[in-house]
Design a protein around this ligand. Structure first.
Ligand code: AKG
Ligand code: FE2
Length: 283
């Protein structure tokens, strides 16, 4: 079935709440193709980085900058998705071009009983350190590869918290988290929402929304992919590895490329992975 473009209500919801869910954006066939390739992807497992939470549980994530003709790249570059992002991101006054770029994507692997928690943070809390100046020109899209619910550590958000603007971030164990004081203040008036997703659903979220997740205490994996987008007008002055990718407009592919093009996992030489020794918490 053809993918649905955004409705005016969804756009309004994004600006009001800082996020919204598009149910069933990918069908069963698309998600199984993605999952199958992901679990067998040697480059993904080779470049997986362990991220410990404060209780010693660990999640694995693989992060890369260049979206290619691999299965993830075909998804990230899909026409309906990129058009949706284009409608959501703020646009500079003199930007009249196709300016949606891919900053990076990550495959989050929260294994049963092992996968750890993430502290409250804003993604822009990190990206600010990379010296991107415009948070409204940055956002993320989370694709549920497996169901994500309270049992297996789904994402949680503070609804509307993107309107606070950037909050100070500091180290909290091995992770970088938002100031607890501001999280507590936000929670006085804003709703704490558990974003439960079924495989194939996607979550669009603003770079300044406060979010976290719990450990996966269940016996089911929680796998998701998060693609982060930027505009070519928003330069990360302190961003070296992705300097070109994050300001190079995406080469869009038709939606059906995900199923009809010959594809595979990530190509070691093209993807430009975040190195294990680099500080993942700053990404
Ligand atoms: O997958 C999660 O639970 C959260 C990950 C996240 O927010 C991030 O990597 O920035
Ligand atoms: Fe995040």
């Amino acid at each position: 079935m053809a993918k649905q473009a955004l409705t005016p209500e969804q756009i309004a919801q994004y600006h009001r709440d800082g996020y919204f869910i598009a149910k069933g954006f990918y069908d069963q066939e698309e998600i199984s193709r993605l999952y199958q390739i992901a679990i067998e992807d040697a480059a993904v497992s080779k470049h997986a980085i362990n991220v410990n939470d404060s209780s010693g549980k660990r999640s694995k994530l693989s992060l890369w900058y260049k979206p290619g003709d691999d299965v993830y790249g075909l998804l990230t570059r899909g026409e309906t998705l990129v058009n949706a992002v284009d409608q959501l991101l703020d646009r500079a006054e003199d930007d009249d071009a196709h300016s949606v770029c891919h900053y990076h994507s990550k495959l989050m692997q929260k294994e049963p009983r092992v996968g750890g928690a993430w502290e409250w943070h804003q993604d822009y809390g990190y990206w600010y350190k990379n010296e991107f100046l415009y948070p409204d020109q940055m956002m993320s899209v989370m694709v549920a590869i497996t169901d994500a619910n309270q049992e297996n550590g789904c994402l949680q958000v503070i609804k509307g918290s993107h309107k606070i603007g950037r909050v100070e971030h500091g180290f909290s164990g091995e992770q970088v988290g938002a100031s607890q004081r501001y999280v507590d203040l936000a929670l006085k008036t804003m709703e704490h929402v558990f974003v439960e997703l079924e495989a194939g659903d996607i979550l669009y979220f603003h770079s300044n929304i406060l979010h976290r997740s719990e450990a996966n205490l269940s016996d089911r994996p929680r796998w998701s992919m998060i693609s982060c987008y930027n505009r070519s007008t928003n330069i990360g002055y302190n961003e070296s590895s992705s300097a070109s990718a994050s300001i190079t407009p995406i080469e869009v592919v038709p939606d059906d490329a995900l199923l009809t093009w010959k594809t595979a996992g990530l190509a070691e030489e093209n993807a430009d992975f975040l190195a294990k020794e680099a500080d993942v918490s700053l990404k």
